[in-house]
Design a protein around this ligand. Sequence first.
Ligand SMILES: Nc1nc2c(ncn2[C@@H]2O[C@H](COP(=O)(O)OP(=O)(O)O)[C@@H](O)[C@H]2O)c(=O)[nH]1
Ligand SMILES: [Mg+2]
Length: 263
Amino acid sequence: MSDSAAGSAQKPSSSVKLVLLGEAAVGKSSLVLRFVNNDFQENKEPTIGAAFLTQKCPLPTRTIKFEIWDTAGQERFASLAPMYYRNAQAALVVYDLTKPSSLVKAKHWVAELQRQASPGIVIALVGNKLDLANDGSGASGGIATATENGVPGPETDGDTSEARNEEQESATSDARKISTREARGYAEEEGLLFFETSAKTGVNVVEVFTAIANAIPETSLKGTRGGGAGAGQSALGAGRSGDDSRVNLGDRNAAAARDGCAC
Ligand SMILES: Nc1nc2c(ncn2[C@@H]2O[C@H](COP(=O)(O)OP(=O)(O)O)[C@@H](O)[C@H]2O)c(=O)[nH]1
Ligand SMILES: [Mg+2]
C-alpha cells in the first residue's frame, strides 16, 4: 500500500511476541492461517504441538513483526500455559460466538493474563465464526465501547424493550449464542480490544492484528532498528490511558486497520 513507499528505510522495525489462547476449536489456528497466508481450511487438522509463525505488519510509522505462538490446547495443562505467554506483548483471546462455554474459557484466560503476564500486554478479545451469525457484519473495531452493535430497534416501550431486543437479536442471529453487546460490555470493563471475526471469510482478521500493532506501547517494543524508540509515537497517542498498564484505543484504530497490515 501507499504507506510502505513512504520512507521504509528509516522506519523502525520491532518484533512483537503474540500468543493465541482459547478453547479448542474456536478457530485460533484458522485466524493465524488467514492472517499469515490469507487461506482457510474447512476441516482444519488440529495443531500438533505448537506452531510458530511470523508476519510483518507495516504501519505508517513503523513495522511490527509479529512472532505468533499458536498452541495446541496445552492451556488445559495449567503448568504449561505460562511458558507460552511469558514475555508476550500481545494476546489474542479467542472464543467461538456460537459456543457460550468458549467465552467462559476466554474470560478465565483474560483473568490469568491480567494476573500473571507482562504488565503492558495488549489483550484482544476475539469472537470468531462470525459467518455463522446472520448479522454477519459484527463488531469491527478497536477498543470496546459502550456503543451497541447489531442490537435492533429504538427503545420505545420502556421496561420490556431491552428483553425484546435480546430476543430479536437471538431470533435473527442463527447460530450466534453470544451477543455482541454481552462480549463488548465485558471487553469494555476489562479494557480489552474487541473484535468479531471470521477466519472463514476473512472479516476483521487483518483489523485485529493491526489494532494490536497500533496498541503496543512504544516502551515495550524490542529489536527497534533505524529510528530509535521515540519514533512512531503518533501512531499511538491520544487514546491511551496513561496510568493503566493496559492500553486503550480510540476508534481511529478501526480506520487505521484498513490501511495497516498489507499482508
Ligand atoms: N464457520 C467457521 N468455521 C471456522 C472458523 N474458524 C475456524 N473454523 C473451523 O473450526 C474448526 C477449528 O478450527 P481451528 O483453527 O483448528 O481451531 P483451534 O483449535 O482454536 O486452533 C475447523 O474445522 C475450522 O475449519 C470460522 O471463522 N468460521
Ligand atoms: Mg489450533
